[in-house]
Structure formats: C-alpha cells, structure tokens
Design a protein around this ligand. Structure first.
Ligand code: G6P
Ligand code: G6P
Ligand code: BGC
Ligand code: BGC
Length: 896
C-alpha cells in the first residue's frame, strides 16, 4: 500500500520534471542561440537579406547620445509599454523665465488598442487635448517627441512607417503607414490645436539615451518589459539601408522577431506554440513570446493547464479562472518567485488569482514559474552576448567594456531575471565586460526630457574617454616638466620631493604626537606603535577648532593657536613633561630640503594667514612653542596629507605607492625613481613626490575644458588664478559650482519657475555634503526637496530631478578628471617599472571620496577604463594621515 503511493508520487514527480526539462537550455544550446542571433543581426543589416530577415535592424536616425531639446514648449508621448503617458515641458522666456513639467498617465481601453487605427489615434489626440486644456496651452504650436514602442521603418528622425503591431496592440489600418502622419491627421481631424512632431523614438532608444548621461559607455538600450527589444550604436558603414559610411547610428534591432524563420524551433516547446497560437499575432515575435512579460505568465498558464489535465495539479480540476487568458501578470510571477515568500504566501497569491491550491501545488507552480523565467533570462542573455560580441568585433577589439541601459517591468520587478541575464552574458561573451544600468524611471520621461535640456546646457561638463585620455597625456607632460631640472622652475605642477624614501616596513615603533592641519578638521593625535606579538597601533585624538579669523589673520597668531592646542592636548594626555617626537601633517604645498624643513609655497583652500608663505613652518611652530615655554616638542617631520595617507595605507598594504586626497582640496603623491628627480641628489632607490596636482591648469592648459562657472568660482576665491584643477574637482568648491549653475538656470527660467531667493544667491549656502545627499539613490529626491526648500525656492518634483541631475554632472566631472590625472600617475609608474601590467595599491582619503554615494565607484570604473593594463586596489585610509605621519616620524627619530 505504502509502496504503491510512493511509486505513484515518484512517477508524478518524474512527469513534472520531464515537462520542465524542456525549458532547460544547455550552454551549447545557448551558444547556438547566440550564433543564430548573430547571423540574423548581419542579415538585417545587409540590403539584399534585409527584406527576409527576422531581426529587422531598423535605422533610427539617432547619431549620438542626447543632444538636448529646443527651448519653448515641448510635448512628449510615451506609448506602448504598460502605461500611456503624456508629458509637457514648458520653458517660458521673458522677464521671469520658468520651466515646468507635467506628466499624466492615460488609460487605453482594450477595445481601442484593438479597434481601428483612426479610433486609436483619435483617442491619443483626445488625451493630448485633455492635457493641453488642463495646461491652458491649446493655442500654442508645440514641438512633440513621440516614444512609440513598436517596430517602425524610419526614413528620418520624424518619419516612421509601422512595420507591425506587437504586444497587446492590433488597431486596423496602421501597419505600413507613417505613424507621424497618422498622428498629424488625427490632430487635423480634431481641429483644435496644432503640434510640431519633431521625433519618433523607440523605447529602447529612449532608454539608451537616458542612461547615457550616467555612463558615456552606455551604447545599448534593452527593454525587458511587456515586450522585449534591444538597440545599440552600430557603425554607419555596416548599415546598408542608409547612405553614408562615417560615424555611427543607433539601430533598433527588433530582436523580438527572432525565430520567425523557424530557426529556433528546436528550443520552442508545445506551450510556446500554444501561446503563440492564442496571441494577436500568431507566428510573429517568437523570441519576444519566449522572453517578455506579456507572455511568460501565459506560458506558465499553459503548462499549468496541461499538468492539471494530466492529474498532476489542482486535484485535476480545470477551473474557469485557469482558463482565463492573462491572469498571470509579470508582477505575480515576480511575487511567486521571490525567495522571501513562504509557501503559504505563494498559496495565498494563487488563491487571490482564484486558483485553489494545496501546498504541493504551490511548490509545483513556483517551479514552473522558475523554469519559464530562467529560460527567458538566458535567452535574452544569449541575444545580448551576440550584440556585444558584434560591437567588439566592429571595433577590432580583443576586449570590450560597455554599458547597457535597461528598462521594463520584467527586469525591474522579477527577483532573478537580471542576475541570470547577466550571468549568461558573462558566460557567453567572455571577452566583454558588460555593465547594466537601470533607467531611473521613477519619474519617467520627465526625467529624460529634463535630462536632455540640462545635458545640452551642461554639455561642456561631460567628457568622452577620448578627452579624458587627452587630459591624461597633458598631465603626464606636466609631471615631466615638474621633475626636470630645466623645466621645474617654470612648471605649474610642482612635483615636490618629500624626502620620504619608502613605505612602512613594520619595524616602526615608539610613542608619537601627530598634528594634522589643513583638511576639514584640525586634529592632534597620540600614536603609540608597539611590537608586542603583532605590531599594534594605538591612537587617541582630539579635534580643535580653527576659526576663520585665525586662518585668515596673521601667521604668528595661527601658529600660536596651533601651539596652544598642542599644549592643551599634552596637558590632557599628561605628557607635558615629556619631549615626544612630533610629526606634522601639513596639507599645503611645501618645498623640502629635508624631512623637517618645509617652506610653505602658497596657501590653498580656506587658509590665508599672512607672513607664512615663503617661511619654514617648522621654525614658525617651534618659535610659537618656545614663546609659551610650558612644554617642549621635537618636530621631526612635516608631511603632506597625501604622503600621510600613502603611509597609513602602506602600513596595511606594502604595495601602496600612491596617496591621493579628494576632500576639501585635492592632491596626489607617488613613489618616483630617484634617478628621475633632478632636484634631489642621488640615483638609487625611490622618493615620494608630492605632485600638487591642484595647480594643474594654472598656466592655461585646461582653458578648453573650463566653463563659465569654473571661472566664476575662481574669481570669488581666496587665490584667484591658482589651483584651477582643484577648483574644478574638490569638495571645497563642488557645492558652490552647483549653486552657481542653479542660479543661472533659474535666471534662464529652467528651474524653480524662475524664482531666485536671497539664500540661493548666498555664497556657501549649497555645500558639497548637499551634493552627496541629493545623489543618494533612494532618498536623494526627498533630500533635494528639503535642501531646496531651505533655500526658499519651493521646488517642484521636476526641479528636484533636475537639481539631482546637475549634481550628478558636476560630481561625475570631478571623478572623471581625477581618474585622468591618477591615470597619468599610474601609467608613469608602469613605465618606470618597465612592466606590461601594473599591479598597485592607491591609498585614498578625503571627505568627498568618503561621503559621496557614487563617487568612488565612478572613479574606480573610469580609472580601469583609462588604464586597462593595470590592477589597481583602492584602499581607503581608515585613520587619517596622522598615523602615516607617525610612521615617518619613527624613521626620522631613529636616524637622528
Ligand atoms: C519605459 C518607457 C516605455 C516602455 C517601458 C517598457 O518606461 O518609457 O515606453 O515601453 O519602459 O516597460 P513595460 O514593462 O512597461 O513594457
Ligand atoms: C585625512 C587627513 C587630513 C586631510 C584629509 C583630507 O583625513 O588626515 O589631514 O587633509 O584627509 O580630507 P578633508 O576632506 O578633510 O579635506
Ligand atoms: C516592440 C519593440 C519594443 C519592445 C519593448 C516590442 O514588442 O516591437 O519596438 O521596443 O516591444 O517595448
Ligand atoms: C594642497 C595640497 C593638499 C590638498 C589636499 C591642496 O589644496 O595644496 O597640499 O594635499 O589640498 O588636502
């Protein structure tokens, strides 16, 4: 009896497994899919094979990523995904300029989606009309951009014949006709208002363009939503349907049609055929029907019906609900497959769909969903692998790094789809490193349109990799000038010898004091390094104020203040009677002739105390200490904060040979071969060079990339004409840069309805920490609202998006520029070592790098792109540069 039940269960199990096995694709099968897709891509591009190709490879007449929009009033439609939206961008000019955006979702009833073409376009125009009424804009002729998510044969940016409807649309008398014309005619029929239709854009293209600003490497757009499709930048010379061989054009692949020539029948199952047969377009979009949100639930439903018929599910009872088309929407699939759901919850979802299930049923349904969605993600991955390999070969590269901009409910909502997709691409296209970024659709096209406007506006702040490589080459020349004996006197990047000759080797020990002056905090530390068991470091520190009147007053007052704080610290530590060795991190450019002699060349950042430039800061501090007479100190070493950072990190990682600061100011040091340093005697070994890269551009080398805002920042600074690179990138200036841009945009009516408040006009009211807060991915927009409200401008949601975008452009520029200068240092190190690949560690510190949510990722990515022949570890200095200063002091005291 027991064995009979067990046997029956086992055989049922086997039947289910066999059914689902038809959805499992081996790597070889996926590779075949990739190869076949590749063949179809080529066939679509070639004139003679195009007419019969299943993947249509449609030209889009988009030659590059966003080139902005016109001023004036701008209308956008977004048709073909889950939602139909109408949007307006209103840019008024006049005395009080202003911009505003509105976005509204309209329903398209089924009978209209599948009625006549005239009805459909009349409905669209009616929605526009309702919208314009609401906006009071009926009497203006508006330029309009139309996101139309269906295959169109385009002959220009504003001309597109609908090839065929897909997904849930099937309006009559549209296929073969120009969509723009149909819209125009419907507008004419209504005879209420006039519009200027300037562009028709597929959703993949819109997505690629929106994402391209985040990442200039984004040259592919993917939609995994109701439908499935990809576009990418193809070489003009390969697009035989369009005249001309120069440059690139975006191609809308329409890969959903893949398989229409029967070439993937081997992997289609009977369920796929059933879904196809019951669809609006049998035989068409076969790949889409295996991969997109509109159909996955249907495949699942077909399998469930079959299993039920075979008595393996739902106690063999086929209910009306189960027979209902479309009950499994993507969102239910996604919920059922969520790992966080207990079976009981899966069961209750099924129940809410009207499917009365047992616990065993729930397990099986979940397995079915998993098999279907897994195959979908793998197929998309195989298709994507074909695309990236094609792009790689187009460019004659062994290795390609590229980014895909993605949108669509399936990709966004499903718990495993994106991971499986990415894994598959990695496996099938091993020579390509493919990143995926999500089109932030939170506010939909509104963001994209504003993006276009601002992108055009801040175009000068975005650099191509080519420009970055050029800047990298310029900085390398500056480094050479600074190192050369003849060229050093006139060099802008000073390349200062530091007299630090190696990184910590673990033998350092003792009890030290470290002063740390020049960043956002003035800190005094006690650092004890001991050797019991393992080397250990103990630190205690205190932060002291440095009031503005002191850092802008006389030098003697400043050093009296430092001496006073040091006295206070020693008192608290009860070491006033001792004469501990002191290391002084002094974060300004100093000329050294030995470790404990440091002549300040010039103040930077917030400091401007008189009578210090040209003086040895060790002498000034000693004098101040002597004057007090209540304690003694032995200042053994002065180090720049970059050097302190490199040493701190070098303590943990012996490979560290670069130190960089991206904080209030910015700078870098690295270990240079002594034989290349003309200013210091000797040819053996290495010495750390403090580059003082903040001054890059002070001789005009960066004029071509500086903007009006950079010039304004410089004019209002404490040191006009100096530290021009620093002023484009570091934390002290970033918030101010954003503020100046916002003021200008508001004045031109692009923001805040043209409102400009006294707060917005006040220097320093917008800080770098605000930039960091606004760029947070989750709460960024809420933060933007708070911060802008405090500035009194009453921001709209779209203002907040725009401001977030401005912040991103400014901080992105910073990370890109630093990547270029750091790239120059890294290639120099590599050349010095004469090795084909550089393996090294960069120690980093600074508030901007640490606090900004995206900065480090962007920097690392760009560096890796600019210096591909390197393996760089970025190591954050956890304990500031005081610890490093103590290490240097340890040697100094050993040697003296
Ligand atoms: C974006 C676009 C839509 C597009 C959709 C795809 O949001 O604005 O036009 O069709 O993504 O997603 P869906 O899952 O809605 O089909
Ligand atoms: C480290 C050092 C400071 C240095 C700072 C830069 O923590 O100890 O001396 O100046 O980094 O960061 P900040 O963002 O404070 O300028
Ligand atoms: C359409 C494409 C569209 C895709 C995603 C497909 O059905 O043919 O043009 O890009 O769906 O929305
Ligand atoms: C200074 C550098 C310092 C950097 C980071 C710059 O302004 O000139 O010496 O390393 O800021 O703090």
């Amino acid at each position: 009896m027991v064995t009979a039940v067990a046997q029956r269960l086992a055989s049922q199990r086997k039947e289910i497994d066999d059914t689902l096995a038809t959805f499992t694709l081996s790597t070889t099968q996926l590779q075949e899919v990739k190869a076949k897709m590749r063949v179809e891509l080529e066939r679509g591009l070639k004139k003679d094979t195009h007419p019969t190709a299943s993947v249509k490879m449609l030209p889009t007449y988009v030659y590059r990523t966003p080139d902005g929009t016109e001023r004036g009033k701008y209308l956008a439609l977004d048709l073909g995904g889950t939602n139909f939206r109408v949007l307006v961008v209103k840019i008024r000019t006049g005395m009080r300029n202003s911009v505003r955006m509105y976005n509204k979702i309209y329903a398209i009833p089924l009978e209209i989606m599948q009625g006549t073409g005239e009805e459909l376009f009349d409905h669209i125009v009616q929605c526009i009309s309702d919208f314009l009424d609401y906006m009071g804009m009926k009497n203006t002729r508006l330029p309009l951009g139309f996101t139309f998510s269906f295959p169109c044969n385009q002959t220009g940016i504003d001309k597109g014949d609908l090839v065929s409807w897909t997904k849930g649309f099937k309006a009559t008398d549209c296929e073969g006709y120009d969509v723009v014309d149909m819209l125009r005619e419907a507008i004419k029929r209504r005879n209420e208002f006039d519009l200027d239709i300037v562009a028709i854009v597929n959703d993949t293209v819109g997505t690629m363009m929106t994402c391209a600003y985040e990442d200039p490497k984004c040259q592919i757009g993917l939609i995994a939503g109701t439908g499935s499709n990809v576009c990418y930048m193809e070489e003009m010379k390969n697009i035989e349907l369009v005249e001309g061989d120069e440059g690139q054009m975006c191609v809308n692949t329409e890969w959903g049609g893949f398989g229409e020539n029967d070439n993937i029948e081997d992997i289609r199952t009977r369920y796929d055929r059933e879904v196809d047969g019951g669809s609006l377009n049998p035989g068409k979009q076969r790949f889409e029907k295996m991969t997109s949100g509109m159909y996955l639930g249907e495949i699942v439903r077909q399998i469930l019906i079959d299993l039920t018929k075979r008595g393996l599910l739902f106690r063999g009872r086929i209910t009306e609900r189960l027979k209902t088309k479309g009950i499994f929407e993507t969102k239910f699939l996604s919920q059922i497959e969520s790992d966080r759901l207990a079976l009981l919850q899966v069961r209750s979802i099924l129940q809410s769909l009207g499917l009365d299930s047992t616990c065993d049923d729930s397990i099986i349904v979940k397995e079915v969903c998993g098999a279907v969605s897994r195959r979908a993600a793998q197929l998309c991955g195989a298709g994507m692998a074909a695309i990236v390999d094609k792009i790689r070969e187009n460019r004659g590269l062994d290795h390609l790094e590229i980014t895909v901009g993605v949108d669509g409910t399936l990709y966004k909502l499903h718990p495993h789809f994106s991971t499986i997709l990415k894994d598959t691409v990695r496996e099938l296209a091993p020579n390509c490193k493919v990143d995926f970024i999500l089109s932030e659709d939170g506010s939909g096209k509104g963001a994209a349109l504003i993006t276009a406007v601002i992108d055009k506006y801040l175009y000068a702040m975005r650099f191509s990799d080519e420009t970055l490589r050029d800047i990298m080459a310029r900085f390398r020349r500056e480094m050479e000038n600074g190192l050369g004996g003849d060229t050093n006197p006139t060099a802008t990047v000073k390349m200062l010898p530091t007299f630090v000759r190696s990184i910590p080797d673990g033998s350092e020990k003792g009890d030290f004091i470290a002063l740390d002056l020049g960043g956002s905090n003035f800190r005094i530390l006690r650092v004890k390094v001991s050797h019991e068991k393992k080397q250990t470091v103990q630190m205690e520190s205190q932060i002291y104020e440095t009031p503005e009147d002191i850092i802008h007053g006389s030098g003697s007052r400043l050093f009296d203040h430092v001496a006073e704080c040091l006295g206070d610290f020693m008192e608290k530590q009860k070491i006033k009677d001792k004469k501990l060795p002191v290391g002084f991190t002094f974060s300004f450019p100093c000329a050294h002739s030995k470790l404990d002699e440091a002549v300040l060349l010039t103040w930077t950042k917030r400091f401007k105390a008189s009578g210090v430039e040209g003086m040895d800061v060790v002498k000034l501090l000693n004098k101040a200490i002597k004057k007090r007479g209540d304690y003694d100190a032995d200042i053994m070493a002065v180090v720049n904060d970059t050097v302190g950072t490199m040493m701190t990190c070098g303590f943990d990682d012996q490979r560290c040979e670069v130190g960089i600061i991206i904080g209030t100011g910015t700078n870098a040091c690295y270990m240079e071969e002594l034989r290349h340093i003309d200013m210091v005697e000797g040819d053996e070994g290495r010495m750390c060079i403090n580059t003082e890269w903040g001054a890059f551009g002070d001789d005009g080398t960066l004029e071509d990339i500086r903007t009006e805002f950079d010039r304004e920042i410089d004019r209002g600074s404490l040191n006009p004409g100096k530290q021009l690179f620093e002023k484009m990138v570091s934390g002290m200036y970033m918030g101010e840069l954003v503020r100046l841009i916002l003021v200008k945009m508001a004045k031109e009516g692009l923001l805040f309805e043209g409102r400009i408040t006294p707060e917005l006009l006040t220097k320093g009211k917008f800080e770098t920490k605000h930039v960091s807060a606004i760029e947070k991915s989750k709460e960024g927009l809420t933060k933007a609202k708070e911060i802008l409200t405090r500035l009194g401008v009453e921001p709209s949601e779209d203002d907040c998006i725009a401001v977030q975008h401005v912040c991103a452009i400014v901080s992105f520029r910073s990370a890109n520029l630093i990547a270029a200068t750091l790239g120059a240092i890294l290639t120099r190190l590599k050349d010095n070592k004469n090795s084909p690949r550089l393996r090294t560690t960069v120690g980093i510190d600074g508030s901007l790098y640490k606090m900004h949510p995206q900065y480090s990722r962007r920097l690392h990515k760009t560096v890796r792109r600019l210096v591909p022949e390197s393996d760089v570890r970025f190591l954050l200095s956890e304990s500031g540069s005081g610890k490093g200063a103590a290490m240097v002091t340890a040697w100094a005291s050993r040697e003296s």
